[in-house]
Design a protein around this ligand. Structure first.
Ligand code: GCU
Length: 665
């Protein structure tokens, strides 16, 4: 399928004198990244002005006459790794960095300023990435399908073959432009043909792809099947403490790294949702991760090991087992046992990417282990890219959460930026929302999450509004009304989605397996550990000290706050407590009235979003207008379905009417 350029669609900028005056680029294009930096700059300038700038070696740089007429790319010590400076000097703009990734990021930052037609005179700024690892995780399967993919099929795989083409390059440019420096290309559920990605069969294409990625500063990663030695038919065990198994991996890793020297390492989902792992052999996850980490250590490789490990064969009658506890219970006791090239990748919450969850208690629990935060921009539980749900405000809240693991520098952001424990192997990963749809993300506005995720990892201090404005300006230009309207839609979207779906932190209530659309009891009598426990008197899961005790896994003051119904924040009340429908929230409303009110409000918010967007007819490209209005029409309908099912369910359960007498069925 053809594809668009998303926020890299550089167009002609009539009358933008700052770009028109630039005639020269001075740079030493002595590596792939430097060549790509120069190419990107040249292409952008050519698009902005309709004229090719001249590219010369740095040694030929001439002092200008005062007005800015050149751009120089200079490698020089001064910034931290992957940081850059932009400043004006002697009639030119200098992009300065101590490494080439920094140059590339500086080049994109400069292009983005020009794309938004900002003035370049007097520019003087320095940026350094907060998080060392800024990664996307693709859940693409080798047959071309995408697990939880909502924007078409894979552009990495088709029919068990690996695709390397023009789209691979544009993908890498898009990622690099927002500072992404690592990508895992295949699904964490490694099955069937994907197990063979570490065999000769796929090496050529994988190497080719890794080289393209490297040209844009992106480290290439794969997901790995823990039981590969068995499933490839070579051994009858994958026991991490068996010397034969360790030797098999050492040999295999040598072969893999000889063929794909740029490989960054592997992401592993083990002992989770049917995937194999060390538990089969009575070993723990430190045994498993360390065995693999030893095997790739000689090549500087990383093992990124996921903490999404829980019992997915629970009995709904059992009120003691708590899925929310499982990540903590499985990994806390291993703190300090992982090798230095192992990173634990922890989902933002203890359940599974719900519209609202508490922050995962492993953040603030672990003190001696490399940690990475995993979020999901594939909108599995947040509207599947048919509803608008701009997730950056939510991620900001997660990042700013104080863990109290120390007196200062203790937020999740500090931990994954390496500030709290001085770690280098840390950062953030997002389950990607891309596919082979023309616009990459299905919903045009979902691209704001892809853009925003990268920007947030690099500069987490940016406000969600700022990031949204940047993206709107790059994608849709400088029209004030367009900016205001799209900003309104984005900023309303997560609060609206939370209001018309599952209330007060309880989550789920979706159709099983699809995870789309309301089904209050969809998971209530199932094996997945995801219950709301509603009866005619009340609703919620008791995770306090008299319940599953989950609330006590946090450090103080969180533990006491979450444990206490009176103090627990409203938005998480039903996650932590079972309360009567008549319970008074902090807001002063009863739980049941809150449910009714928010569901009516959420739908009104979507109506207003759709109404405002209609005013943009003729102001955004027609294609975009058509795609977005089509999806908004569905979102309006679907939000009503959510509202009516949830309100009706709780009205019938509780028998308590809406104070305002609105229609409930
Ligand atoms: C969710 C999702 C699965 C995915 C899993 C994971 O449960 O529904 O499709 O495999 O998360 O993160 O591993």
């Amino acid at each position: 399928m053809g594809f668009e350029q998303a926020w890299l669609d550089y167009g002609k900028k009539e009358g933008y004198a700052d770009a028109e005056r630039i005639r020269y680029i001075y740079a030493d294009a002595d590596s792939a990244v430097m060549k790509n930096s120069v190419k990107e700059l040249r292409d952008a300038l050519a698009a902005f002005t309709g004229r090719d700038p001249q590219v010369n070696a740095l040694s030929e740089r001439k002092e200008g006459t005062g007005q800015i007429e050149s751009i120089c790319l200079v490698k020089k010590e001064g910034c931290r790794a992957e940081g850059y400076r932009l400043y004006e000097e002697k009639g030119g703009i200098v992009v300065e960095a101590s490494d080439e990734r920094g140059i590339l990021y500086g080049v994109f930052a400069l292009i983005f300023r020009m794309q938004r037609q900002e003035t370049l005179a007097g520019i003087d700024l320095k940026k350094e990435p907060a998080m060392p690892l800024r990664m996307v995780n693709h859940w693409d399967n080798m047959d071309g399908s995408i697990e939880r993919g909502y924007s078409g099929r894979s552009f990495f795989f088709e029919n068990n073959e690996i695709l390397v083409d023009e789209r691979t390059v544009t993908y890498a440019r898009l990622m690099a432009s927002v500072g992404i420096n690592g990508a895992v290309i295949n699904n964490v559920n490694v099955k069937d043909q994907a197990t063979y990605m570490i065999t000769e069969k796929y090496f050529d294409k994988l190497r080719e792809m890794s080289e393209i990625f490297a040209g844009y500063g992106i480290r290439f990663f794969m997901s790995l099947n823990y039981a590969a030695p068995v499933e490839l038919g070579e051994l009858d065990s994958a026991d991490p403490l068996d010397e034969g198994v360790a030797a098999w991996w050492e040999k295999r890793m040598k072969i893999v790294y000889d063929a794909i020297p740029l490989l960054g390492g592997f992401l592993i989902k083990a002992d989770s949702e049917g995937r194999p792992g060390p538990f089969t052999y009575g070993r723990d996850h430190a045994d498993g991760a360390n065995m693999l980490a030893r095997a790739i250590e000689p090549y500087g490789g990383l093992i990124i090991w996921r903490c999404f490990v829980y019992n997915c064969r629970q009995d709904w009658r059992d009120r003691k087992t708590d899925r929310a506890r499982s990540g903590y219970d499985n990994f806390m006791e291993l703190d300090g046992r992982f090798r230095n090239n192992v990173i634990l990748q922890i989902k933002n919450g203890p359940m599974d990417f719900q519209v609202r969850e508490p922050v995962h208690p492993l953040f603030g629990g672990l003190t001696k282990t490399n940690q990475m935060l995993e979020v999901q921009i594939a909108q599995e539980y947040t509207g599947q890219q048919r509803h608008i749900c701009y997730l950056i405000p939510w991620f900001k809240q997660i990042l700013e959460f104080r863990t109290y693991v120390k007196e200062t520098d203790d937020t999740v952001r500090d931990i994954v930026s390496g500030k709290t424990f001085g770690q280098k192997n840390c950062g953030m990963a997002a389950v990607a929302n891309t596919g082979d749809d023309e616009n990459w993300t299905g919903h045009d506005l979902a691209a704001a999450n892809l853009y925003g995720f990268g920007r947030l990892c690099y500069e987490p201090e940016l406000a969600a509004q700022e990031i949204a404005k940047e993206w709107i300006g790059l994608t849709y230009g400088r029209d004030q009304e367009v900016e205001e309207t799209i900003l309104f839609l984005l900023m309303e979207s997560w609060p609206a989605y939370e209001k018309y779906t599952s209330p007060l932190g309880i989550g789920w209530m979706v159709n099983p397996s699809l995870h789309y659309g309301p089904s209050v009891d969809g998971y209530e009598y199932d094996r997945w550990g995801t219950y709301h426990r509603a009866d005619h008197l009340g609703i919620g899961v008791n995770r306090s000290r008299n319940g599953t005790g989950y609330a006590l896994l946090y450090r103080e003051p969180h533990a006491s706050v979450y444990d206490d119904m009176e103090k627990c924040p409203d938005e998480l009340l039903l996650f932590f407590h079972h309360v009567p429908y008549t319970w008074k929230l902090g807001s002063g409303k009863t739980v049941i009235q809150h449910i009714y009110d928010t569901h009516f409000e959420g739908v009104e918010m979507v109506d207003e979003m759709a109404r405002r967007f209609e005013e943009l007819k003729g102001k955004v490209p027609e294609k975009v207008y058509g795609r977005v209005t089509g999806r908004l029409a569905h979102q309006k309908e679907h939000a009503r379905e959510w509202r009516d099912q949830i309100n009706t369910y709780f009205y019938r359960k509780s028998g308590i009417p809406d104070e305002k007498g609105r229609e409930i069925f």
